[in-house]
Design a binder for this molecule. Structure first.
Ligand SMILES: *Cc1c(COP(=O)(O)O)cnc(C)c1O
Length: 421
């Protein structure tokens, strides 16, 4: 079937050449270009550009071999001995590896387990146990749905009040929006480091300071920053954080998530789903729950070991490339996307709905126009895969290890040609 994208590429336009040539020069000069070869090529020959690595990262080639070796050698040969060989420690050792590679966290504070949603629930409830008597949870209206829904549920469970801050969908939660919002009633603030819609980067340290000044806690969602934007959890004075394993960490669909609990809070924070794996001595199997010391207390049941195999490969890739080099390429990719959008799409009525300032810009760029739902359907049909975000946004997700500048040019050209066809 010939799609509209096929037709517009076949017809061609003059504009296309300029972006394509610039992309070729940028790809040739890209210090991380070789990482593109470290990912499995898509077997879908109709794929032209993948700009959704911020929603589901591509599989590293090494992941296929690592899974096969794990199944045959570790699981298949060691069988249940695998638990005492290594798996019991994976939630914390893989967590420490991630913290060293991408979170700026000292060992002993990061755990790999559960899904992001479940960990948000566990750590939000745990945070609330450290500030008894306080009644308000602060959150912003444009945070990712699961974050908002989970706290709505917690507020009902515990009889707390949600205090909503209206954040700009094309920006994000600004520090001065907390003026007059925080008080001695504030128990917890939940926010995303990088906004899922606009890519806005929040000022984590400044927000922590404001909330700490009134005695509250902060839980940060790092889903859209981990592996793309540098994070300094210890230096920024973060209390609690969670994040996703299948976006820029390339852990695969449904990869386990991670949670961070600052060392100083581990002894006083009690998480609500106390299962045997978080017990001080799980194999005693005795009466009564007694929390394990340290970060293991935040485990619940048997950790998803199989899901950690690809995640370990993804974390190792980030460690090898270096988060500083990853951020440099990320900014170069979004600079290039904005340059092409300004030149080719803004004249056609497209608006940029992401911050332009480097310090506030994450790894993706969102653009909007009234007919983008339809445009995105045509893009998908033609193998140009971005993300539609209602009501009218197309999110160009640029994963620094796997996205080429050429893909950015292809996507912007395709949108331009669809809008002018
Ligand atoms: C992707 C994402 C999640 C994902 O939650 P799951 O439990 O994995 O579905 C949560 N929060 C944010 C901000 C995200 O971007």
């Amino acid at each position: 079937m010939t799609t509209s994208v096929d037709r517009v590429f076949a017809a061609g336009t003059g504009v296309r050449t300029a972006g394509t040539e610039r992309a070729a020069a940028l790809d040739a000069a890209d210090a991380l270009a070789s990482y593109g070869q470290r990912f499995l090529p898509s077997q879908d020959t109709t794929l032209r550009a993948y700009l959704d690595g911020n929603s589901l990262g591509r599989p590293p080639a090494e992941t296929a071999a690592a899974m096969d070796a794990f199944i045959r050698r570790d699981w298949g040969s060691r069988l249940i001995q695998g638990w005492t060989d290594a798996w019991m420690d994976w939630p914390t050792t893989v967590g420490d590896d991630l913290a060293a590679a991408a979170l700026g966290g000292a060992p002993g504070q990061t755990l790999v387990a559960d899904s992001t949603s479940v960990l948000i629930y566990k750590l939000a409830r745990a945070a609330l146990t450290t500030v008894p008597g306080r009644t308000e949870i602060v959150l912003d209206s444009d945070n990712f749905p699961t974050d908002r829904y989970l706290l709505e549920g917690i507020a009902v469970e515990l009889g707390l009040t949600l205090v909503w801050v209206e954040s700009d969908p094309a920006g994000g939660l600004e520090v001065d929006q907390l003026d007059g919002v925080l008080s001695e009633r504030t128990a917890l603030l939940l926010a995303s480091h990088v906004a899922y819609r606009s890519g806005f980067v929040a000022d984590v340290q400044a927000i922590n300071e404001r909330v700490h000044a009134v005695g509250g806690r902060v839980l940060w969602d790092l889903s859209h920053s981990v592996g793309s934007v540098p994070v300094e959890l210890d230096a920024w004075g973060v209390d609690f954080a969670v994040g996703c394993g299948y976006k820029y960490l390339n852990g695969g669909p449904g990869a386990p998530a991670f949670g961070y609990v600052a060392a100083g809070l581990q002894a006083i924070a009690r998480q609500p789903i106390q299962g045997w794996m978080g017990h001080a001595t799980p194999f005693t199997m005795g009466p009564g729950y007694e929390a394990h010391a340290g970060i293991r207390a935040f485990l619940t049941g048997t950790p998803p070991i199989l899901g950690m195999v690809p995640l370990r490969v993804g974390i190792a890739l980030v460690a090898e490339a270096g988060i500083g080099a990853i951020r440099t390429k990320s900014l170069a990719l979004t600079d290039f996307a904005l340059e092409l959008v300004d030149a080719q799409l803004v004249p056609l009525g497209v608006e940029v709905a992401s911050p332009r300032e480097h310090a506030r810009r994450g790894g993706h760029v969102t653009i909007r126009r009234a007919d983008f739902a339809d445009v995105n359907r045509q893009l998908w049909a033609g193998g140009v895969i971005g993300d539609f975000r209602a009501p009218d946004g197309i999110r160009l997700g640029l994963a620094p290890l796997s996205t080429s500048f050429a893909e950015v040019a292809v996507a912007v050209d395709a949108i331009e040609m669809l809008l002018t066809a």
